[in-house]
Design a protein around this ligand. Sequence first.
Ligand SMILES: Cc1ncc(COP(=O)(O)O)c(C=O)c1O
Length: 420
Amino acid sequence: MSEKLAIEGGNPVRTLPFGESHFFGDEDIEALSEVVRSGSLGKGPKVAQFEREFAARHGVAHVVTVTSGTAAMHTCVGAINPDPGDEIIVTPWTSGGSIIGSLLHNCVPVFADVDDTFTLDPADVEAKITPRTRATIAVHLFGNPCDMTALRAIADRHQLFLIEDCCQAHFAEFQGRVVGSMGDINGFSFGGKHLSAGGGGAVMTDNETLWERGLIFSDCALPRNGGPFEGRPYANYFLAPNYKLNDLMASVLLTQLNKVDGYIQKKIWAAQQIIEQVSHIDEITPQRVREGDRNSYWVMGMTLDTDKTECDAWEFAQALNHEGIPAGGPYIGSGKEGPLYRNQFLSEPNCYGRSRFPFDYKRAKPLDYRQIECPNGEKLMRRGFSLAMLPSFDDEDVADISAAIRKVFGRYRKRNCRGV
Ligand SMILES: Cc1ncc(COP(=O)(O)O)c(C=O)c1O
C-alpha cells in the first residue's frame, strides 16, 4: 500500500520551511555602508574591483558589469553588432532573457533542439545554419554546460560568433574549463543566481574589439575617461542603452564572491545525494552531465518516464510541492507553455507595434514560429521536472526531498513497474 499523498489529503513529508538561497550578513551590510558613507553610489572603484576579480576568477582578460542578465545578453549581441534580420541560433528552453537582446537588436532567434543534457544538440545547431546566421548562444541550462568543443568547432567552421549564456551556470565547467571563458563573448546574471546582488549582470571576453564595443554599448556609446572613446567630443556614437552597474551592487557582489564557492559545493553535494538516494527508481533520470563536466546546479532537472506512471511530470511536481518540496516544471511553467517559440512575443508576433518586424525583414516569407518544432526537446520536456537546490540544504533536507520523490513515485507508478 502506498502512503496517501499530501495532495490527496495525506500528511506531507515536510512541514518545516527550507533555508536561505544566499547568506547575507554583517560583511554585506558593512560593504554597502562603506559605499553609502563614501557619498558616491554610481559606477566607481567597487565596480572596477569586482570586474577585475571576476575576470581573474575566470582567467579572462575583460569583464563589463551591467544591470541584469538580460542586459548582459543584449550587450553580447550589441558587441558583435549584427544586421537587422540576422539569425542567432539558440535553445528554446531558456529564459526570455537569453534572446530579448537579440530581438531588441532586430535579429531573429532560430531554435535548435536539445539533448538529454537539456542543452543544445550541436548536430541540430549545424543543421539550422543559413547564410544569415551570425551567432550561436550556448545556454548552460540549470548549471549544466553545453558541448563547447562541438559548438566551437561549428562556429569556427561557419565563421560564427559563439556566445555563452552563463546566467544559470556560475562556475560550472566544461571538461575542466570554467564557463564564460570559452565563447567569444559571454553573459552572466546576478539576479538571484549563485552569485547574486538581487540584480546585475556581467559580460566577459578575451577579445579586445568585442570588449571595447561591449563596454561602450553598455554606456550609451558615450566617450568616457579611461574608456576606448576617451578624448572624443561628447556625443552618442551609436544606438546603445545605459546598462551601467553601480558601486552599491558591486560591493555586495564582492562580498558574495567570497561565499559563492561554498554555495556551489553545497548545491553539487545536495544534487549528488538526491540522485544517489533515488537511483533505484529506473523511471526517474537526472539531467545528463557529461563525464568530466561540472554542473553547478542552479536547480536540478530530472525526467520521469511517464509511460510507467499514472501522472504526467507536471502533476508529479505539483504532488512534490504538496509534500513540502519546492519543485517545478521542466523549465518555466508546466512544459506546455515552454518552449520560447510558443511565447506570444514570437508566436503572435508583437515585438514592434502591429508589424511583423524583424521576422519579415528581407524575407520572401515571414518566419512563423507557430510552425517551429524541436521534437527531442518537446519529448524530454513533457517528462521533465525540476528541484530547487539551496546552499542551506543539510542531510535532513536531502533525505526529505528523496523521501518525497519516493513517496510520490510509489503512489503514481503503474503496478508492473519496479522501484521504490
Ligand atoms: C539562461 C538565462 N538567461 C538570461 C536570463 C536573464 O537574466 P536576468 O533575469 O538577470 O535579466 C536568465 C534569468 O533567469 C536566465 O536564466
